[in-house]
Every structure is written in C-alpha cells, then in structure tokens.
Write a protein that binds this ligand. Sequence first.
Ligand code: IPE
Ligand code: IPE
Ligand code: MG
Length: 244
Amino acid sequence: MALAPSYGAPAPVPRHVAIIMDGNGRWAKARGLPRIAGHHQGVEAVRRCVQSCTDLGIGYLTIYAFSSENWKRPAAEVNDLMGLLRVYIRREVSELSRNGVRIRFIGDRGRLAADINRLIEESEEQTKANRRLTLTVAVNYGGRQEILDTVRTIARRVRAGELDPEMIDETMFGRALQTADTPDPDLVIRTSGEQRVSNFLLWQSAYAEFVFTPTLWPDFGHADLESAIREYQSRERRYGGAGG
Ligand code: IPE
Ligand code: IPE
Ligand code: MG
C-alpha cells in the first residue's frame, strides 16, 4: 500500500526515524536458539531497514545497537555483540557507500576496543561525503551520559571564561551534543512490545512521535516500517500548541 493518502497533499515521511531494536533474545529463545542467533538475524533486519529507508526517502536513520547499560550482560554476549559490530562495519561499508549512505556513530568510544574504534573512524571517513541517508549507530550510548558529557564540556568553557552562563540555551546545548548535525528524530520506533525509552536520545526525542510494535526486531521488515510511518502520519504534532 502506498504511504501517501489518496486525498490532499501527501503526508510527508519523517525526516528522521530512530529505532530501539529490541527482541533479538526473545526471537532466538522462541526457536530454542542461543541469543547470538537472534543478534545475527537482527543484523539482517538492519540491512533491510537501511534499504527501506533509502527507498522511502528518509534522510536520517538512527539505530540503538548497544546501550551504556548493556555491559551488564554476560561477557560472552557482550563479546558476540562487539564481534557482530566488527563484521557489520567490515562487510557493509562499501555497499552503504555505493548506496549513498553516510555512517556515523554516537556513544562513548572510550570503552570500545581499539580495533573497533579504528573501524568506526575509517567507515565515517569513507562515507562522509554521502548524502542520501545518514545512518547513525548508537554504540555504548546512553542519553543521560551524553547530556552529562555535554554539561561538563560547557562547564569547562564557562570556567575558562569563554562562555557566559546566560548564553546557554537549547540551540547552543543541542549543538554541543554528539548529534549536533542531525535533526531531532520525528519518529521513534521500539520493537518487541516494550514501551520504554531505555536511555535513548533523551534530549533529542522531546517532541518525537513514539510507535511501539510487538514485532521482534529480527522479524522487522519493510511492511512494519511502512505501518509505523502510516501511524506517524496519522498523528497531529502539536508541540504544545492548541492543535487544529
Ligand atoms: C536487542 O535485543 C539487542 C540489544 C539490546 C543489543 P535484546 O538482546 O535486548 O533482546 P531481548 O530483549 O532479550 O529479547
Ligand atoms: C535497549 O534495549 C537497548 C538497545 C536496543 C541497544 P534493552 O533490551 O537493553 O533495554 P531494556 O533492558 O529492556 O530496558
Ligand atoms: Mg531487550
């Protein structure tokens, strides 16, 4: 089914879609498989989703791959997830680049292995001129940590006498976040039936529309994305106003 309604001006697709990719473990468990099998299928779902976003003309896709709290998982699972990240970057970057995708990473890189940091930097460098879709991957990312890091950076500038505290406003603060050159997400999707934000894009999603779907992330496909976008298009975004 086409995304545009058949009357009036077609409703715009969201400029920026952000996804909390959840349910890999449950997908695997339902099949009697180890959790890593779910994460493997999750990578396939990422590939499909990136393709769908470029096809639909979405400009920005942000995916939550590993939270700053996911270190609490057993070391073996953390290792598997880091291994998949390596494989994903190595295997996908050329194709992403061919498809006009710019890849960027947000999150604290300090705790990531040196070789992963190298891959991250190389892939960002290799794709930096691409403009069709900006794919932001959140790895070791936490919204509160990002806000605190930004507060610290700004506080240092104040201490150094470079900045008057009265000059700190939303625009300035937003520009100091890791997502500085990305518009705020219009639509945040969370799969697997959970209805919480789990420390994702706390500042940036202040006025995002949220769509929750019971679909487990490894099963998420083009039709699920279209359905979330239709739901988004049916909402009235008021930004605190009285509405029309
Ligand atoms: C999402 O799936 C992937 C990551 C958080 C890395 P989960 O691994 O959280 O899957 P469930 O929630 O246990 O089903
Ligand atoms: C959120 O999923 C983090 C990612 C999708 C990377 P979790 O599965 O870690 O979140 P909780 O623990 O259910 O809140
Ligand atoms: Mg989960």
